[in-house]
Design a protein around this ligand. Structure first.
Ligand SMILES: [Fe+2]
Length: 304
């Protein structure tokens, strides 16, 4: 009797684990959400009040499940009728075939002021020049230590991007070369922890990042249990870092572990409005200072 009870308990546990595995692998990885945020920016030019950026990251094309999921992501972005789309890296995984195969889907993506891209570490593993070339054929503009100016009448904002922090040389000074002192800069940077450096640059009002996937597995009460290098300080969500806003998206795809729990894939719709910065939500204090591990980029030092 006791043995049969033990057997049925073991069976129930086994069934629960199988259901959980299925959920993390096949359900949550494709359970897309749209996050909507409003960021007040003191220096935002009046013509950009209400400007809408759709932030998409970490597509990780080349992984079959993600590849099949991508058309739904494109549909979700188009529904938002964005002013601008920001792709913050890891479009590829380990080869650029997936990016080439998604060319038609990229060509469907559209935004009034264009689509901009910075590479992530996986784009380097895949071959960053080939990834960039494939994206450019679909109308996406890469910003590797470079910027572009978006105009509304006589008002302007600057969209800047840095090269990957882990596998290349990010240079914020080069990215902002020629940008006026009073400019309002939105910075695309794959690794979120670069915010510690970007916040020392007063022209940057907002940094958009990915890289962490939010940890992919978030244990209730504990949070993300696995975070990548340069993704520990700001795992996911909206932060204020000094006088700069930071949004870290949980992204779309996954690494080689195709699973998510309590960490759905997302696109983020960020509306810029004129106004004083929101007070710090306290999460800015969550960081582990180890200045020796920080790159000093273009003479800018991390703010400790
Ligand atoms: Fe990454």
């Amino acid at each position: 009797m006791a043995r049969s009870k033990r057997r049925s308990a073991a069976g129930a546990v086994g069934a629960a684990l199988a259901a959980l595995s299925w959920y993390t692998w096949r359900i949550e990885t494709r359970w897309l959400r749209t996050v909507r945020l409003t960021l007040p920016v003191p220096s935002l030019p009046p013509a950009f009040d209400g400007y809408r950026i759709v932030h998409v990251s970490d597509l990780h094309l080349g992984i079959p499940l993600t590849q099949r999921f991508f058309p739904r992501v494109v549909q979700a972005v188009l529904r938002e009728q964005p002013d601008l789309v920001a792709l913050t890296g890891d479009v590829a995984t380990a080869g650029y075939d997936g990016v080439s195969q998604a060319r038609a889907e990229f060509a469907r993506l559209d935004a009034a002021d264009g689509l901009y891209f910075v590479p992530g570490n996986h784009d380097y593993y895949a071959g960053v020049d080939a990834v960039e070339a494939a994206l450019m054929r679909s109308g996406v503009t890469p910003l590797r230590n470079a910027h572009t100016v978006v105009s509304r009448g006589t008002d302007r904002i600057v969209i800047a991007g840095i090269d990957d922090v882990i596998l290349s040389v990010p240079d914020l000074n080069q990215a902002l070369a020629g940008v006026p002192d009073d400019a309002c800069v939105i910075l695309l940077a794959h690794e979120p922890d670069f915010a510690r450096i970007a916040t020392a640059e007063p022209r940057v009002v907002l940094q958009l990042s990915g890289h962490t996937h939010g940890g992919q597995i978030r244990v209730p009460g504990l949070g993300a249990v696995m975070l990548p290098h340069l993704g520990h300080l700001y795992p996911a969500g909206a932060y204020r870092v000094g006088n700069m806003g930071l949004y870290v998206t949980t992204g779309i795809g996954t690494g080689k572990f195709v699973m998510r729990f309590n960490c759905r894939p997302e696109i983020a719709v960020i509306t810029l409005v004129r106004g004083p910065f929101p007070a710090s939500n306290g999460r800015d204090a969550v960081w582990r200072p180890d200045p020796s591990s920080w790159p000093v980029v273009g003479g800018l030092r991390p703010v400790v």
